[in-house]
Design a protein around this ligand. Structure first.
Ligand SMILES: NC(=O)c1ccc[n+]([C@@H]2O[C@H](COP(=O)([O-])OP(=O)(O)OC[C@H]3O[C@@H](n4cnc5c(N)ncnc54)[C@H](O)[C@@H]3O)[C@@H](O)[C@H]2O)c1
Length: 241
C-alpha cells in the first residue's frame, strides 16, 4: 500500500476520540509520525501529549515539545445546544474558548516552526455550522464560523510561504460527541433524536469518522497542493438542500 504521508510529522488535537482518532489512525497508516494531543490518551499505542487547547501555556508547551510540525489538525471541540435565549454567557465563552480560540492558539504556536521550515499544512475541523445556521446551536455556530474565518485568513496570509490551510465542514458524524450531547440535552427522547440526526442528511444517515479521515488524508497529502483556503462540506448532501 502506498504511504501518502510517509515521514510527515502530524499533530492531531482532539485525537483521542471520534473524528480526531480516525484521522490520527489514518495518518499513521499512511506513514506519518502522529502525535495525539488531547486531555486524555487515545485507545491504542499512538504517541500522546496532554493538551488543553484553551490554555495558552499548555498549547505552547505541547506544540513546542513536538518539534517542527508538518501537519496540524485542529479537531478538539465541544458542543452546545441552545437558541440565543437559552445560552448562558459563561457557556458561550467556554465554547468559543475551546472551539475558536483553541484553534487560534494551536495555529499560533505552530506557525513559527512552519515559517522557519518554509512549509506547513493546517487542517481545521469546522462544520456545516460554519456555512449554515443549524437550529439551536447558536454558540457552536458562532465558534465554527470563526474557525472558517481563521482558516481563510491563514491561507491568504501564508500562501506565499508554502503553508496551506483548509477547513473540513462535516455534517452529522456518529461520534462520542453526538452520543454524549444527545444523552445530555435530549434524554427525554434518545432514539427519536438519533433518528432525526440521521435524517437531516439527504443520504439518510450520519457520516462515519473514517469518511472524514479520508478527506483529511487527501488534504494532508501532496495530492491536494492547489487546495488552500477551502471550506469543504462532507455532509451527505445537507448543505446542498
Ligand atoms: N461529530 C459531528 O457530527 C461533527 C460535525 C461537524 C464538526 N465536528 C467537529 O469535529 C471535531 C471532532 O468532533 P467529534 O465528534 O469527533 O468529537 P469527540 O467528542 O468524539 O472528540 C473531541 C475530542 O476533543 C477533545 N477535547 C475537547 N476539549 C478539549 C480541550 N479543551 N483540549 C484538548 N482536547 C479537547 C475531547 O477530549 C475529545 O477527545 C470537533 O471540532 C467537532 O466540533 C463534529
Amino acid at each position: 500500500m502506498s504511504q501518502r504521508l510517509l515521514g510527515q510529522r502530524a499533530l492531531v488535537t482532539g485525537g483521542s476520540s471520534g473524528i480526531g482518532l480516525a484521522i490520527a489512525q489514518a495518518f499513521h497508516r499512511e506513514g506519518a509520525h502522529v502525535i495525539v494531543a488531547d486531555q486524555a490518551p487515545p485507545p491504542g499505542d499512538l504517541p500522546f501529549a496532554p493538551l488543553d487547547v484553551s490554555d495558552w501555556t499548555s498549547v505552547q508547551k505541547t506544540v513546542h515539545a513536538c518539534g517542527t510540525i508538518d501537519i496540524l489538525v485542529n479537531c478538539a471541540g465541544i458542543m452546545h445546544v441552545g437558541k440565543l435565549h437559552e445560552v448562558d454567557p459563561h457557556d458561550f465563552d467556554r465554547v468559543q474558548s475551546v472551539n475558536a480560540r483553541g484553534v487560534f492558539l494551536c495555529c499560533r504556536a505552530a506557525i513559527d516552526g512552519m515559517l522557519a521550515a518554509g512549509r506547513g499544512n493546517i487542517i481545521n475541523l469546522a462544520s456545516v455550522a460554519s456555512l449554515i445556521a443549524v437550529e439551536r446551536r447558536l454558540a457552536y455556530c458562532v465558534s465554527k464560523g470563526a474557525v472558517l474565518a481563521l482558516t481563510r485568513a491563514i491561507a491568504v496570509d501564508y500562501a506565499a510561504q508554502g503553508i496551506r490551510a483548509n477547513a473540513i465542514c462535516p455534517g452529522t458524524v456518529d461520534t462520542p460527541m453526538i452520543r454524549g450531547y444527545v444523552e445530555h440535552y435530549f434524554s427525554h427522547d434518545v432514539p427519536g433524536t438519533i433518528a432525526a440526526l440521521h435524517a437531516r442528511q439527504p443520504v439518510g444517515r450520519m457520516g462515519r469518522a473514517e469518511e472524514v479521515a479520508s478527506l483529511a488524508v487527501y488534504l494532508a497529502s501532496d495530492e491536494s497542493t492547489f487546495l488552500t483556503g477551502a471550506a469543504i462540506p462532507i455532509d451527505g448532501g445537507w448543505t446542498a438542500k
